[in-house]
Design a binder for this molecule. Structure first.
Ligand code: ATR
Length: 275
């Protein structure tokens, strides 16, 4: 019988996940289909119950449901619970179990350039949901330090206080981060600043960037934000948001099927969708 996979979000029309996963199902000759469902927040509990009753094999969860879905699942993996957000649900026997592959997906995207974080001094820009998933995943992997820079410093302080893993961390302003930027070997931009259509914006100036640093942006539209463009001009290595998006999907696909999929194929598919 054909297996059902899905993504729940609102809005959901622009999601690139259905084409990416359906391409993988046909490539690996699996009798499965991945369907996008637009679900209003008030209907989320019913939607989860309905999918469970219909025998869904697994699904993704996206904005705005990543946190609010947690009470409606039978089990939640420890890291996802600590992050407070689930983006991947797997049917395990009769139960629906939630995982977070956003943070681990980001980290796996980095592994080619940075196989171990143990020597890294990390700066995360932003203190929203994406920063939280990346921060906790990175902190778990024992870097030398991870500082959080945010426009609203109180939100960064809260994030540092919430971190369940022991790591040297400071909450700082964007202005301070700009001044001490040369201290960091890995810089991760997690805000929406620089996303289309406001492509000329960047969260902070890069004058003090260390040329040896690696600079990442989780935005993939445009593929090269102004922030990455300037970092590249200075001589730093850069990574755009395509890797995180593709790897979070690859880790979800692996949880559902046991197969770690062809990353290059996934990237090609997403690049085609981006046009
Ligand atoms: P997400 O869950 O997608 O990460 P979010 O929770 O809304 O989104 O967080 C957005 C992040 O972008 C925050 O760090 C936010 O800073 P504040 O906490 O000060 O709001 C940051 N951000 C958004 N627009 C910004 C801007 N114009 N300048 C600086 N930071 C901005």
């Amino acid at each position: 019988m054909k297996k059902l996979y899905a993504v729940l979000g609102d809005p959901i029309g622009h999601s690139m996940s259905p084409m990416m996963h359906n391409d993988l199902f046909s490539f690996y000759q699996m009798d499965a289909y991945y369907f996008p469902f637009q679900v209003k927040s008030d209907d989320l509990e019913d939607a989860v119950k309905g999918l469970k009753a219909l025998g869904v094999a697994g699904f993704n969860v996206t904005v705005p449901h990543k946190s609010s879905i947690i009470p409606f699942l039978d089990e939640v993996d420890d890291l996802a619970l600590r992050i407070g957000a689930v983006n991947t649900v797997v049917r395990e026997g009769k139960k629906l179990k939630g995982y977070n592959t956003d943070g681990p997906g980001f980290l796996q995207g980095l592994q080619h350039d940075i196989p171990s974080l143990s020597e890294e001094k990390v700066l995360i820009i932003g203190a929203g949901g994406a920063a939280r998933a990346i921060y906790f995943t990175i902190a778990k992997n024992k870097p030398l330090k991870v500082d959080i820079a945010n426009r609203t410093v109180d939100r960064a302080i809260k994030l540092v206080e919430d971190c369940p893993f022991q790591v040297s961390s400071r909450a700082i302003s964007l202005e301070e981060a700009e001044l001490i930027l040369n201290e960091y070997s890995l810089i991760i931009q997690t805000t929406m600043i620089g996303m289309a259509p406001k492509v000329s914006e960047k969260p902070l100036g890069l004058t003090n960037l260390n040329k040896q640093a690696m600079v990442c942006d989780i935005i993939y539209n445009p593929l090269e934000t102004q922030f990455l463009h300037v970092a590249k001009q200075i001589g730093a290595k850069i990574q755009n948001g395509l890797d995180m998006f593709v790897y979070q999907g690859a880790l979800a696909f692996e949880k559902w099927t046991g197969i770690f999929p062809d990353i290059e194929r996934m990237k090609k598919n997403v690049l085609q969708q981006l046009g």
